[in-house]
Design a protein around this ligand. Structure first.
Ligand code: MN
Length: 196
């Protein structure tokens, strides 16, 4: 996976590569979600880093080695960096090789998507649904609460849908399942597959 490296002991704001994502994620959602929520996590993390002993480590290492407030903010920076990076207004399709991997373990790409959506819809409270690869390259879906990231379980995270209410409430209100179902239209599978 791509990781974030601190520059002079600070993490920079992950870039938002678009202003809106059609009707799937609106401009206001992105402006609050990236410009306010993610900004706060980055600022908090940078305040907690000095003297922590974790300065100058890649972000995934900070997530693995921290706890409490540091873990919550580091985890949320990594989670959001991966979330915002994986979408596009001109998304690339899934490769036949990756589709075959999902078909092998989930029966079909559609069955994989349904299980992923279902795990996102049934995650109680705030968190993330993830597709990761285990050490053998087997694809696994996990529900992660709050700021958790699959790197803490030794997995390689590939794809994530944010199910915190701030990710969808302006566009979908309480309809989390509709938000999850719509996101497939903007997932850039080249980015996902390059994380393997
Ligand atoms: Mn979020």
């Amino acid at each position: 996976m791509q990781d974030l490296m601190p520059i002079n002991g600070k993490f920079e704001m992950p870039i938002l590569p678009y202003e809106a994502l059609g009707t799937i994620i609106g401009k206001d959602t992105l402006s609050f979600h990236h410009g306010k929520h993610l900004k706060a996590y980055v600022d908090n993390l940078n305040k907690l880093l000095p003297g922590s002993g974790l300065e100058n480590l890649p972000l995934s290492e900070v997530v693995r080695k921290s706890e409490g407030g540091m873990f919550n903010n580091a985890g949320q920076v990594l989670n959001h960096a991966m979330y915002f990076e994986q979408f596009s207004n001109t998304p690339k399709a899934m490769s036949p090789k990756f589709a075959a991997l999902l078909e092998r373990d989930f029966g079909s790409v559609e069955a994989f998507k349904k299980e992923f959506e279902q795990k996102g819809a049934t995650l109680f409270g705030s968190g993330w649904v993830w597709l990761s690869a285990d050490a053998q390259g087997k694809p696994v879906i996990t529900q992660q609460k709050n700021a958790e990231n699959p790197v803490t379980m030794g997995l390689t995270p590939l794809l994530t849908f944010d199910v915190w209410e701030h990710a969808y409430y302006l566009d979908y209100q309480n309809r989390r399942a509709d938000y999850l179902a719509a996101l497939w239209q903007i997932v850039d599978w080249t980015i996902i597959e390059n994380r393997l």
